[in-house]
Design a protein around this ligand. Structure first.
Ligand SMILES: Cc1ncc(COP(=O)(O)O)c(C=O)c1O
Ligand SMILES: [Zn+2]
Length: 393
């Protein structure tokens, strides 16, 4: 495992010291990226070592990529190395099943690493706003690490998210508002309470954990890039992490070729990235009245919007918004025809695939990866209510 060389600002490139906990760039408030000296991991012989897991040392799951992760003792619950399922109906479509992670979502990856580093730094109290699944993951990893978790989530977050946080012993505040209101509350109280803020993109390690999705999807496709990656985008951490992974893998000589088109998928009721992309803007505007049953996508203004938009343009990708009705139709379609109960966020990705085939942006011969970012089983209240509504109408 490499030592961290420095933390680099994504905007102004200023270096920060990894020996102490850092949040955002001290000069411009940009998100910080973790940078390493990768010389020991370069080349195909290093790549070939990856699969040799060492069961007794905890290097399974996403920690198979320990060669490109910080050199610290992990807090792990078995996150990562999730199934890459080929669609039964579309031979060039793979579904990355992130619902198989601990706490049932991809948030496990980012929070496993963020809590690992928090323990390494000796932090005792962590706080975060959440649309739901990040809260559950933070609560679980904090419990495993013996660290306090203070979680702020909208009151109408799916029940499973609230229950899991309480069961893991986290301090939960339900907020009448959105994740942006929760974020404000954390920011207002953190210094008085002695909390370290691990909000999305306001510390360097959640991106770093989520980058393992990029390594995994390339390895699982035989160390080749797909043509497109569909990512349900709220804060955009996974997309930013995967793009970082692709750059690192190219630097290491582990993959070649054209990077995938990155597709940001949002819901029509909260689509700040789609609007900014369509207008050619460099950043998004705060979305008013955000609403969608895909609760993870209810992020009215992502902190990393400029990075997301840059990735979409550089990758020749696109941002698309789907109605809740189209998302729910796709959720039922994949449940009935593929045997997979997707999260609403994952169903936004499957619906977006159908949409981009219909518009001609992609063809059936394009090899694509769709992210099911969470398990549908965490949304039984939301899905159940919609099914009931349909039956009675
Ligand atoms: C299931 C699910 N999918 C997608 C997202 C959005 O993730 P990101 O913030 O990385 O864009 C979330 C965030 O809460 C989520 O819970
Ligand atoms: Zn900066």
């Amino acid at each position: 495992m490499p030592n961290i060389a420095f933390l680099e600002c994504s905007r102004c490139r200023l270096h920060h010291d990894p020996a102490t906990p850092q949040t955002v760039c001290t000069a411009c408030s940009g998100t910080l990226y973790v940078r390493y000296d990768f010389s020991a991991a370069e080349g195909l012989p290093s790549r070939a070592v990856i699969g040799r897991t060492e069961r007794w040392t905890g290097w399974h799951g996403m920690w198979r990529y320990r060669m490109v992760l910080p050199n610290v003792d992990p807090v792990t619950l078995g996150e990562g190395w999730t199934p890459m399922l080929r669609s039964r109906r579309h031979s060039n479509v793979w579904l990355k099943e992130e619902g198989a992670n601990p706490t049932g979502s991809f948030k496990a990856r980012g929070l496993a690493l963020a809590v690992t580093m928090a323990r390494h730094y000796g932090l005792k109290k962590l706080a975060a706003p959440t649309a739901g699944n990040a809260g559950g993951a933070l609560a679980a990893y904090a419990a495993a690490a013996g660290i306090e978790a203070h979680i702020f989530m909208p009151r109408d977050t799916p029940k499973a998210n609230q229950v899991e946080c309480l069961a893991y012993g986290a301090h939960v505040t339900l907020v009448d508002g959105l994740i942006s209101d929760c974020g404000r509350m954390v920011a207002e109280r953190k210094s008085a309470e002695g909390w370290f803020d691990i909000s999305t993109l306001k510390e360097p390690f959640r991106v770093e954990g989520k980058k393992t999705m990029g390594y995994e999807l390339v390895e699982q496709l035989g160390w080749e890039y797909p043509d497109a990656v569909f990512y349900p985008t709220g804060g955009g951490v996974g997309m930013i992490g995967m793009w970082k992974a692709f750059a690192e893998m190219e630097q290491l000589g582990w993959v070649k070729g054209k990077r995938p088109k990155m597709i940001a998928v949002q819901a029509e009721g909260c689509a700040p990235v789609v609007r900014a992309f369509e207008h050619g803007d460099a950043v998004s505007q705060m979305w008013q009245d955000a609403h969608t049953f895909a609760s993870g996508l209810r992020v009215p203004k992502p902190y990393g919007d400029a990075i997301i938009l840059e990735i979409l343009r550089e990758s020749e990708g696109v941002a698309v918004a789907l109605s809740d009705d189209a998302i729910f139709a796709s959720l039922k379609d994949w449940a009935m025809h593929e045997g997979l109960l997707l999260s609403p966020e994952g169903a936004a990705a499957t619906a977006a695939y159908d949409h981009l085939l219909a518009t001609g942006f992609l063809t059936a011969s394009d090899r694509v990866v769709l992210f099911n970012t969470g398990s549908g089983n965490k949304y039984t209240d939301v899905i159940g209510a919609r099914l009931k509504e349909e039956r009675s109408s």
